[in-house]
Design a protein around this ligand. Structure first.
Ligand code: HEC
Ligand code: HEC
Length: 383
């Protein structure tokens, strides 16, 4: 037999095997939807803060209820196997506890699943900030060839229209039971906009002069806001710097995933290694960390900032020891610039003691909002 034939046969048996071995997920009809008698209030806050985490957005309780069902709807994937909630799990702050989540065909995603919270306080989505508009964002995972694989939006709407419980949910939300991609997107947006987390120990501390903090947490807080540059990027109401900016934190000398890929307006170089500054809310439960999930624990992240920041020509100035002013050297060959900068850039070395590292981690654990992680309103309504 020719070698190529053998290869084809091996490949075919492999594909057959993959299909045969797929996990037995319950058929969609076997999942029973259970919603509360009276619709949940999504337009009110669980917690008290001095800013408006809705950013003026009026959440409609019926639209958010529909959005919740859609968020956990496995029939939004082409083979009815996974939902948004498969990769964005409530117990992990709506992130996933694996480095790369598996899509509908068990193929890993390119990046680590980020936490979902306080969308109103963010200006753009995805690790590379490529989508500024939430309404455009929410349907993308459904159509994505690795994530949910339901590429045709009309087929998606038709599929949802065939499921009996959606008639009433759409009527409650929109006044009639017409089902369209726009309405599916709108409902998901209302649910995601309602996913607000502002009830952490840190939030309560801010309102009460931190009398609820331990000695160690106070030491960590001081380091975070004053001793170290953390809050220059992860500060503000949402612990994400107040806007959704991208930064290069020197994870690598060469980035295989280049991140934002925007063009820097000063140097006209393409940005490399710039990723979204994430909110650190619920950070203790959203690991693994970074766009590629390379760090398993907060201790590993802290050790990276302490001693592991790499030389990189586009390393953020906040993470350099010395700066030469300006972003890059105008008009220089990128390779020259790289070499030139390499000799001049000194990545910051933080020289933290073991006690300080532990305090910083303890402080970041105060960002956990237990209510949010257990809030019924955001839980899986299928049983
Ligand atoms: C197979 C896993 C998977 C599924 C299913 C999935 N996501 Fe995601 N989600 C990801 C990954 C990975 C990213 C980051 C992608 C990137 O940055 O390029 C992401 C990013 C996001 C973000 C951006 C968060 C931020 O702060 O930038 C939101 C919001 C989101 N997903 C919502 C959803 C919704 C809504 C659904 C269902 C319609 C969904 N996801 C389905 C894996 C998944
Ligand atoms: C120059 C801005 C900047 C500074 C200063 C900074 N960070 Fe970050 N941080 C980022 C960016 C950008 C990422 C995301 C990188 C990625 O996804 O690859 C990040 C990621 C993280 C993460 C992982 C978040 C996640 O969801 O995966 C933690 C934890 C963190 N930083 C803590 C800190 C601490 C603690 C300090 C201070 C010692 C600090 N950061 C200083 C920009 C910064």
């Amino acid at each position: 037999m020719r070698r190529s034939h053998l290869t084809i046969i091996t490949l075919c048996s492999f594909i057959v095997l993959v299909f045969a071995c797929q996990k037995d997920t319950p058929r969609p009809e076997e999942r029973v939807l259970s919603l509360p008698e009276n619709v949940y209030r999504y337009d009110s806050l669980n917690g008290q803060v001095s800013f408006d985490p809705f950013e003026g957005f009026q959440v409609n309780n019926h639209k958010a209820t529909l959005g919740r069902v859609l968020f956990y709807e496995t029939q939004l994937s082409i083979n009815n196997r996974i939902s948004c909630g498969t990769c964005h799990k409530q117990a992990y702050g709506f992130a996933d506890n694996v480095q790369k989540s598996l899509g509908f065909m068990d193929i890993p995603t390119d990046r680590n699943s980020p936490a979902i919270l306080n969308a109103g306080l963010q200006e753009a989505f995805f690790h590379d900030l490529r989508e500024p508009i939430l309404d455009n964002m929410v349907l993308q995972p459904i159509a994505h060839e690795v994530e949910m694989g339901l590429e045709d939006p009309d087929y998606m709407a038709a599929k949802i229209a065939k499921i009996p419980y959606y008639q009433e949910l759409f009527s409650n939300a929109f006044g009639d039971s017409f089902i369209s991609r726009e309405r599916i997107s709108e409902a998901l947006v209302h649910f995601i906009r309602a996913m607000i987390s502002v009830n952490s120990k840190f939030d309560i501390g801010k309102e009460t002069n931190f009398v609820n903090f331990t000695e160690e947490e106070l030491v960590g807080k001081e380091l975070y806001f004053h001793g170290l540059p953390c809050s220059s990027c992860h500060g503000g109401n949402n612990l994400n710097g107040g806007s959704s900016a991208a930064e290069n934190i020197g994870l690598d000398r060469w980035y295989s995933d280049r991140g934002t890929m925007d063009i820097d307006p000063v140097s006209l170089d393409s940005m490399n290694g710039w990723f979204k500054v994430p909110s650190l809310r619920n950070i203790a439960v959203t690991g693994p960390y970074m766009h590629d999930g390379r760090f398993r624990t907060l201790e590993e992240v802290v050790e990276f900032y302490n001693s592991g920041i790499q030389h990189h020509p586009q390393l953020s100035f906040m993470l350099r020891k010395n700066t030469n002013g300006g972003f890059f050297f105008l008009g220089e060959d990128p390779q020259d610039t790289y070499m030139n900068e390499l000799t001049n850039i000194q990545p910051l070395r933080m020289h933290m003691s073991e006690t300080e590292k532990r305090a910083l981690v303890a402080f970041m654990k105060t960002f956990t909002d237990e209510n949010f992680l257990r809030d019924e309103r955001f839980s899986d309504p299928f049983q």
